[in-house]
Design a protein around this ligand. Structure first.
Ligand SMILES: [Mg+2]
Ligand SMILES: [Zn+2]
Length: 227
């Protein structure tokens, strides 16, 4: 039996939906100073927010990919080093069933295609993991997350009040926490799946042409930086 191929000769793989998660203020508590959120600067400051582990478990159980997309401009500014950022991500990958963590370590002056509000990290993940962005979700706590999700064609969910910043584009919905957003995401995802008469995802077919995106292993998610 032959494998279906597109016009370029590439195998056609059934696309999956993903939940893209911002890091600071969504997975872990942002450190807020004078109304502005900052990343933890020590491992002691890294506090996973209530309900996050359970929400991600439920996304995985529903067949959604879970991918972290995080701006870490302190790398470009020299106020955090890569070893520290790697240690935070190593810890997150240890305790959360994440499929990947993508990092942009640039600042605005670098004009990088990956720094949110640009959608580069989401587009890169879509290419690598065969993601249908139109059935996917972006969850973040700042306007940059929402704008990146909209630019990628995802549904967008804001966590919290946006720190009083101006939003060029409003989110589709606002929730106090990822835990509370997860109910709506799972509901929408299930409704979209049942309304489509598409072929059911076949993991054996995907594993034949992609290295590891179906892996749910806590020990082998991919972390990649655009730097
Ligand atoms: Mg954030
Ligand atoms: Zn970047």
């Amino acid at each position: 039996m032959g494998i279906a191929r597109d016009s370029g000769g590439n195998p056609i793989v059934n696309q999956r939906a993903a939940v893209f998660l911002d890091r600071d203020g969504v997975l872990n508590r942002a450190i807020v100073r004078e109304g502005r959120p900052y990343p933890p600067s020590t491992l002691e400051e890294l506090e996973i927010l209530p309900g996050v582990v359970n929400a991600i478990d439920r996304f995985q159980s529903a067949g959604l990919l879970v991918i972290v997309v995080t701006n870490q401009p302190d790398l470009a500014r020299g106020t955090q080093n890569k070893a520290f950022v790697d240690s935070i991500h190593g810890f997150l990958q240890l305790i959360l069933p994440l499929d990947a963590i993508l990092v942009c370590g640039h600042d605005d002056a670098d004009d990088c295609p990956c720094r949110k509000p640009r959608p580069g990290m989401l587009l890169e993940a879509a290419r690598r993991f065969h993601i249908d962005l139109s059935r996917s979700f972006m969850v973040g706590d700042r306007w940059r997350d929402i704008s990146a999700g909209i630019a990628a064609g995802c549904r967008t969910f804001l966590i919290g009040d946006g720190y009083g910043e101006a939003f060029p584009h409003p989110p589709d919905a606002v929730f106090p926490s990822l835990s509370e957003a997860s109910d709506q995401i799972l509901k929408e995802s299930a409704a979209a799946a049942s309304s489509e008469s598409r072929i059911v995802f076949d993991p054996t077919q995907e594993s034949s042409c992609t290295p590891s995106p179906t892996s749910k292993s806590r020990s082998s998610p991919m972390a990649q930086s655009c730097r």
